[in-house]
Design a binder for this molecule. Sequence first.
Ligand SMILES: [Zn+2]
Length: 301
Amino acid sequence: ASKPLTSTLAGTLVDTISGGPVGGATVTITGRPAATTNADGQWESTGAPLIGIAQNVTAESEGFLTHQTALAWSGADRRDVTLDAIADRAPFSLEFYRQIVRDGYERPMVLQPLRRWTTAPSFYINVTNASTNETMDASEVAMIVQAIRDSVPQMTGGRFEAGPIDTGTEVRTLANSIYVHVVSDATANYCGRAFVGVNPGDITLNYGLTGCGCGRQQKMAPSVVAHEVGHALGFWHVDGVAMMNTGWTLPCASTRFTDQERVHAAVAYARPLGNRDIDIDPSNFTAATAAGPPPVVICRR
Ligand SMILES: [Zn+2]
């Protein structure tokens, strides 16, 4: 059989947050004429087959962030391609997204690539305090477990629940797992620190310090644990009333992230690892293995 002279790529363009169709948008596949979406968001591109490589695709529409992505394509007709673009209006805020996803609040000049989990994280909690050698109270461990369970679905767009949460007394860094350990370091001016969005993950909780617990009864605030889990899932500090504000602007016992945080986390979890500002996906599917040490964020008390 001879090669076909043309082949078709077709599909739909939807709003990342609402899932609704995006009409009147331009979909461009490198090397082919641009296609325009109809009112149902449908588009179709016919041209010479471009086989065996990732095809660069751009979706542009007034009022949306231009999304550049890549498609693997065998060259055969394909009509099931769903593209999405982020509507640049409420509930989305590019300024907030840059803060929480790209560290734009603390380091606006060096916007970070998106880092996130691609599998449900499991957790391992070392219950031995490395500073005092004491074992944490069971009630405190239970609080940490609950804060983890509460946080993971909220900040992954509901894609993931926390996997198994084990406890023990060893230092343990495992693939697909976040290592949670505690110190009591009164000389250090932080409540927690975490690797941001890397696998394996690492969270340090500074346990029993003034300003990191909820009064005298509880030595570690659930909100601090939730905040550190937010970092471990890929998110940075933000301005305003939010769990990810290091000024601890939400109630101490709360593990509920704001609607704004959850919406923007869901957008991030709709994007591949390594996505860059404004909305550029990596051009190949093996990209985004970070070089160098994992990014660490430190959360003052
Ligand atoms: Zn923090």
